[in-house]
Structure formats: C-alpha cells, structure tokens
Design a protein around this ligand. Structure first.
Ligand code: OGA
Ligand code: MN
Length: 196
C-alpha cells in the first residue's frame, strides 16, 4: 500500500489530483458493488442534495445520484475494510505531509441511467473542512461508450476519467472543479472526503 499512497501523494503535489488503478482488488469491487446494490434495493439510499433546504427540483438539475453513508460500525466486513484502508491513507498523509487531517466521511453513490453531476467544487460556502476528495469506482467492464466520465477542470485543460472498477481518484476539494457526465448504464462508486 505504501507505494500506492506515495503515487497518489506525488500526483497531488504535482497536479492537485491523482488517478490510481487497482486500489481495490476484483473481489473487493465485487463485494462492495453487491453491498451497494443490496442497500439500494432495500431502500436505504436517498436522492443526494446540494445544500440545506434546496428544492428537490433544483437538486435534480444539478445532480441526479442517490447516496447512502458508510459506517465504521457496519456489520459488513467489506465496508469496514474499505474505511480502514482510507484511515491508513489519512494517517499516512498526516505522517508524511503534515496535513492535519482529523476525520473522513464516505457515501456509496448510484447514478441511474442519464444522471449527472454538474460542474462544481466539493466545498460548502460556510464550511472548508473538506480537504481531499476520494472517489473509488465499482463498475466492472465499463466501456467509453457508456459515458459517465469524471471530468476534472484544470487551468486551460480538462482531464477525463472513466469510472473503471477498482480505480481511485483523489483531488484537492477546495481547488479543482469537476463534473460527472451522464452515464448510459447505472454508475456505482464510493465517494468521500478527508477532513480537517
Ligand atoms: C461528488 C463527485 C465524482 C464521481 O460526489 O461530489 O464529484 O466521479 N463525484 O463520482
Ligand atoms: Mn464532487
């Protein structure tokens, strides 16, 4: 893991983001995607919002994903293991880069066919605790024709990332605007933030 963590840190320092393949092994992807779909079918997900008190119709013009928060006390081993790995990464960052991170929060996300998330920054106007955004994809055999790319806006250029199974994307929450393009298949991921 140390090598992967170093790879991500190098990207963050050089460009503000990193794309790491095979963060999850295929069997981990499988367990987590099964869990996600079970929870979705059991009605544990809700339509994601964009701020307190925003109208539902307004939300839908901005983002169409459904989410469910992960818990460190989950009865599901795969869920706890995922968060343990995130905790290791957070401590590694703190030890090697003095980032002063104190906590994290992660949710499963399901984008139904056609859903998207318009260009945005992962920060609330009244809360700058989110330092690093961390997205991991759970879509086996995702093809370019299925869309659903994460587009990251850099100065003068954009980077497009397909939501491939096991791939991890990390970027600075307060600095990089990004969007999720509409997908032609349901799009599964775990998204979260390392916080100060
Ligand atoms: C988000 C987000 C990106 C992705 O949930 O804030 O930007 O690729 N997700 O799912
Ligand atoms: Mn975002």
């Amino acid at each position: 893991m140390t090598e992967s963590f170093e790879f991500v840190i190098e990207g963050l320092v050089a460009r503000g983001y990193a794309v790491l393949d095979d963060f999850l092994r295929p069997e981990e992807v499988r367990s987590l995607s099964v869990l996600l779909l079970q929870k979705f079918e059991q009605g544990q997900f809700r339509q994601a919002g964009i701020g307190k008190g925003t109208l539902h119709t307004k939300n839908l013009q901005v983002r169409g994903d459904h989410i469910h928060w992960l818990s460190e006390n989950s009865p599901d081993v795969a869920e706890r293991q995922y968060l343990e790995r995130i905790g290791q990464f957070m401590r590694y960052l703190n030890t090697t880069c003095y980032t002063g991170l104190r906590s994290f929060e992660f949710h499963y996300a399901l984008y139904p066919v056609g859903a998207f998330y318009r260009r945005h920054l992962d920060r609330f106007s009244d809360d700058d605790s989110r330092q690093y955004s961390v997205v991991c994809y759970l879509n086996q055999n995702w093809k370019p024709a299925m869309g659903g790319e994460l587009v990251i806006y850099l100065e003068g250029e954009t980077v497009s990332v397909l939501p491939q199974a096991g791939r991890l994307v990390v970027f600075r929450s307060g600095e990089l605007e990004h969007e999720v393009r509409p997908a032609r298949q349901p799009r599964l991921s775990i998204t979260g933030w390392l916080k100060r």
